[in-house]
Design a protein around this ligand. Sequence first.
Ligand SMILES: Cc1cc2nc3c(=O)[nH]c(=O)nc-3n(C[C@H](O)[C@H](O)[C@H](O)COP(=O)(O)OP(=O)(O)OC[C@H]3O[C@@H](n4cnc5c(N)ncnc54)[C@H](O)[C@@H]3O)c2cc1C
Ligand SMILES: NC(=O)c1ccc[n+]([C@@H]2O[C@H](COP(=O)([O-])OP(=O)(O)OC[C@H]3O[C@@H](n4cnc5c(N)ncnc54)[C@H](O)[C@@H]3O)[C@@H](O)[C@H]2O)c1
Length: 493
Amino acid sequence: MSPSEASAPAGAAAGTGEAEEYDVVVIGAGPVGENVAERAHATGLSTVVVENELVGGECSYWACMPSKALLRPAAALADARRVDGAAQAVRGPLDADAVLARRTSFASGWQDDSQVAWLDSEAVDLVRGHGRLDGPRRVVVDTPDGSARVLTARHAVAVCTGSRAALPDLPGIAEARPWTSREATSSKEVPGRLAVIGGGVVGAEMATAWQALGSEVTLLVRGRRLLERMEPFAGELVAESLTEAGASVRTGVSVEALERPSPDRPVTLSLSDGGRLEVDEVLFATGRRPRTDDLGLRTVGCEPGDWLTVDDSLRVEGVHGGWLYAVGDVNGRALLTHQGKYQARIAGSAIGARAAGVPLLETDRWGAHAATADHDAVPQVVFTDPEAASVGPTAAEAEERGLRVRAVDLDMGGVAGAALYADGYRGRARMVVDLDRETVVGVTFVGPGVSELLHSASVAVAGEVPLERLWHAVPAYPTISEVWLRLLETYRG
Ligand SMILES: Cc1cc2nc3c(=O)[nH]c(=O)nc-3n(C[C@H](O)[C@H](O)[C@H](O)COP(=O)(O)OP(=O)(O)OC[C@H]3O[C@@H](n4cnc5c(N)ncnc54)[C@H](O)[C@@H]3O)c2cc1C
Ligand SMILES: NC(=O)c1ccc[n+]([C@@H]2O[C@H](COP(=O)([O-])OP(=O)(O)OC[C@H]3O[C@@H](n4cnc5c(N)ncnc54)[C@H](O)[C@@H]3O)[C@@H](O)[C@H]2O)c1
């Protein structure tokens, strides 16, 4: 079937009330939905995506892109300040207006024309409106003009509706009009005093960005440290650096109530240690919940409000006929754009293979239709200063999985390339070695400029490269990559 034949839906046009039939219907045109549609279409299937906000999803407008655009100028300035000779040339603060303007341009001014054009170029149809399931293989779209369109799928429906910020149920929270990640990435003004609640990735990154932009930031962490899902030294180094930058980082404390007497007045937080804190804005960076509450899931035997549990080919478990897929944040496996897009490539080709009647899918470990990396090789970069980058389990997680491991630690300041990169370079690395197979199962780097190193670790982990072969992968001198050589030397003793 040619792509042009493939993209033509059968059935009646919109407005007639009759169902429009496609091979694949995708609900949600975030980065993941776009990729499921494009991949499924590449296998010769007709595809349509349903979107009720902006094509491009959270990542493009209120998450990855604007947050990294806010953080990059701070990192560039910090890097220059760590190099004698360059430091003398950059004495002033960030130009907050210019940073916010650049952020806005990376968020495409919250317009989705270019992403719509991309869908069009890939011959994927777009229906604007809120999609919900209405029984097997059937999606009803409530469109902005008040009418309903019915889409049916010959082969598969993929739910790619993502996640939204989770807010705790606290007295006064609604009246306090707190920021979520949306306001933290799209604000047009720099608040004088900002409280950030939550020591996860959003909390650490947004505290870094807004402190650098001139806010007086207080980061309130209910646990013992920041970035609890990474090796302990990651959160410790990031907290130390945030404190040096002027932020107040307080652990073991949470918010119990909020009071904002009127919208133009400051907000006062009552804290679990009995203290009170007055700020101009408060950001809740307290995790995410799946966008599954208004999706008609009961009509197909699933529970609304839950993360959708999937198998490794991204098919929702327990749905008769195996036609329902859930890809990206909504399945709760790894809330990251690159991991969702990886799942999308796998789901798209699995949908295509099943539609073509391929009798035996490659769903074995590392097979073409199995998202194995979700379990063993999820890379993540936290764009704080210093950057924290990791792939695979931490040493503690590897032990919990029953692996016999050794953690090899290194102070990165001794690596020549790191010392050249920044005067007094502060950074640490850990390589977690599976002693039975002599392969690397997890790696963490924390330090300036480590984000671009991470893929080397992902290749080693996903490739299950034996240490004796890694020994022959020679890092160029004098780059920060020589951290690999030092780690291997330390392991060999
Ligand atoms: C502040 C922040 C920073 C982040 N930074 C990074 C980063 O640097 N790197 C990284 O890898 N990840 C990052 N993430 C995570 C990343 O944003 C998500 O993993 C990614 O957006 C998930 O993509 P998705 O397509 O699954 O969902 P989403 O991007 O949430 O897209 C879902 C889409 O579905 C639409 N939708 C929902 N329900 C319906 C419905 N019923 N009908 C029609 N349409 C619907 C929504 O409008 C949306 O467009 C960040 C997250 C946050 C909050
Ligand atoms: N650079 C990146 O890759 C990047 C950047 C931002 C977000 N993300 C993704 O987005 C997802 C969401 O990030 P997040 O930081 O919102 O979630 P998270 O789950 O990483 O962290 C939330 C934090 O809030 C704390 N918390 C929860 N409820 C609380 C409460 N009531 N009071 C005080 N603290 C509370 C938790 O203990 C946790 O430390 C992450 O899973 C991450 O993968 C990725």
